[in-house]
Design a protein around this ligand. Structure first.
Ligand SMILES: Nc1ncnc2c1ncn2[C@@H]1O[C@H](COP(=O)(O)OP(=O)(O)OP(=O)(O)O)[C@@H](O)[C@H]1O
Ligand SMILES: [Mg+2]
Length: 235
């Protein structure tokens, strides 16, 4: 729960960008399991970083497991989007756990789950990304990860997991997304001469109206995700 005493306690994960939140039916409900899925460089981490920032501002306490950053590189990356997380880190509102999973092999996903369970006192846990943890993992263990996450969510935690589209087969992806409450699919598309990033709100449980919404955006230094009208993206 937010502990800032705010009467308007937000029960959704906000990106801090009203336009993007609207496309997601107002934001992802608290207590849900979300999958952010997409190709390399499609904007998965930036989206997660914006959600992280929006949630910290709404008074939630978070933990981030990252295979992509050290604490220092994360701070620098987020500063480049004009998001400064240093105060939240110092106040322990945000805990960051860099993970080196290559040497763990098949054990990685189990170790990650154990570590996530130790964060039960947190409102939200982000995993960016699960991909290196599951390269040597059999399908049933990958599904087991999402089932365990679901259990943690039913105990009140909100979990956002990022995965590369190429890391799982189409069949496994369908089984994973049926377990998840929300599925955000990111991709990069060539439109004319431009490379445009797209986010498809493939699923948000409890917000059926927003399902299927597509947002095109670009990432602007010092700003972050900036929505561009589809017509302009196509132009
Ligand atoms: N501060 C920034 N200023 C400008 N562009 C940025 C900034 N941060 C990220 N980008 C660009 O946004 C794009 C998406 O980055 P992001 O790291 O979110 O992708 P990703 O989907 O997480 O990629 P990966 O699969 O490699 O982890 C990249 O092309 C990157 O160069
Ligand atoms: Mg990334």
């Amino acid at each position: 729960m937010p502990e800032n005493g705010d009467e308007r306690k937000k029960m959704v994960v906000s990106t801090g960008n009203a336009e993007i939140d609207t496309k997601m039916g107002g934001g992802i409900p608290i207590g849900s399991l979300t999958l952010i899925e997409g190709d390399s460089h499609s904007g998965k981490s930036v989206l997660a970083q914006q959600m992280l920032w929006g949630s910290l501002h709404d008074g939630f306490q978070l933990s981030l497991f990252t295979t992509e950053n050290t604490v220092k590189s994360l701070v620098t990356q987020m500063q480049s989007l004009n998001i400064d997380i240093l105060d939240f880190l110092l106040l322990r509102k945000l805990r960051v756990y860099p993970m080196e999973v290559a040497r763990l092999g098949e054990k990685a996903v189990g170790i990650l789950l154990q570590a996530m369970k130790r964060e039960r006192d947190r409102d939200m846990v982000f995993v960016d990304s699960l991909t290196p943890c599951i390269v040597h993992t059999p399908v049933n263990k990958v599904l087991g990860y999402f089932e365990e996450c679901k259990r943690l969510c039913s105990d009140g935690m909100t979990i956002v997991t990022i995965i590369h589209s190429h890391a799982v087969s189409q069949d496994l992806l369908i089984r994973i997304t049926s377990l998840c409450d929300a599925h955000l699919r990111l991709r990069t598309e060539e439109v004319g001469e431009r490379l445009v990033k797209m986010m498809e709100v493939a699923k948000i449980r409890g917000a059926s109206k927003s399902t299927g919404n597509i947002v095109s955006f670009e990432i602007e230094p010092g700003w972050g995700m900036k929505v561009i009208p589809i017509s302009r993206a196509k132009g």
